[in-house]
Ligand binder design. Structure first.
Ligand code: GLN
Length: 198
């Protein structure tokens, strides 16, 4: 299995290392041609407005959006979640607009804009795993097709909709591999395989 990691900002190397540690291949995605033959795509964190701008400049935004709509499994961490959302609170612009969620950027405010906690996540790990939040968004609204995976203090911080996974936090910045394992399982599901379209 080959996973692409969008290489614009954020923990690109860390995501690649985690995927490789689980025995899959991982490659950097910088341009359109790099998307050939991938079985899944990770959108790391960073600054979503800047990443969205670069995706447009590199003519990657629409091809990526099409592949996701056709079933390419994708996981957005933090800024990646914002890129995937159909709605961004208090903003007119959206980017890939493929997931029925409304997100609030920098939702934890400036004072505590970065923090770490631990939690068990149903369906992914019974043991608590570290959750790292860096100027993180959370989800303030979901559509019917969205399955909520985790709430922190009542706010949604992890969710999945068909082939689209999002987390407010950064599993790539911890030693734990369970979220990456969960994503690789999502990429393996035959019903959303993109073998014929990628
Ligand atoms: N605050 C960033 C944004 O709004 C996201 C932060 C992150 O990805 N760590 O795009």
């Amino acid at each position: 299995m080959k996973i692409g990691v969008l290489s614009i900002q954020g923990g690109v190397r860390e995501h690649i290392n985690h995927v490789k540690a689980l025995g899959a291949d991982a490659v950097e995605i910088k341009k359109l041609e790099d998307l050939q033959g991938i079985d899944g795509l990770i959108l790391p964190g960073g600054e979503s407005t800047a990443i969205g701008k670069i995706l447009r400049e590199r003519n990657l935004l629409n091809p990526l959006k099409e592949k996701i709509i056709l079933g390419l499994p994708v996981w957005g961490t933090c800024a990646g979640m914002i890129l995937l959302a159909k709605e961004i609170d208090s903003e007119d612009i959206t980017h890939l607009s493929v997931m029925d969620i409304k997100v609030r950027r920098n939702a934890y405010g400036r004072q505590i804009d970065s923090f770490e906690t631990e939690a068990a996540i149903e369906g992914i790990t019974q043991e608590p795993i570290p959750l790292v939040f860096i100027r993180a968004p959370y989800i303030v609204g979901v559509g019917d097709k969205v399955k909520i995976l985790h709430k922190l203090n009542g706010n949604i911080v992890a969710a999945v909709q068909d082939n689209i996974l999002v987390t407010s936090f950064h599993p790539e910045l911890t030693k734990d591999l369970k979220f990456h394992k969960y994503f690789l399982e999502l990429c393996n599901k035959p019903n959303i395989s993109c073998t014929n379209i990628c």
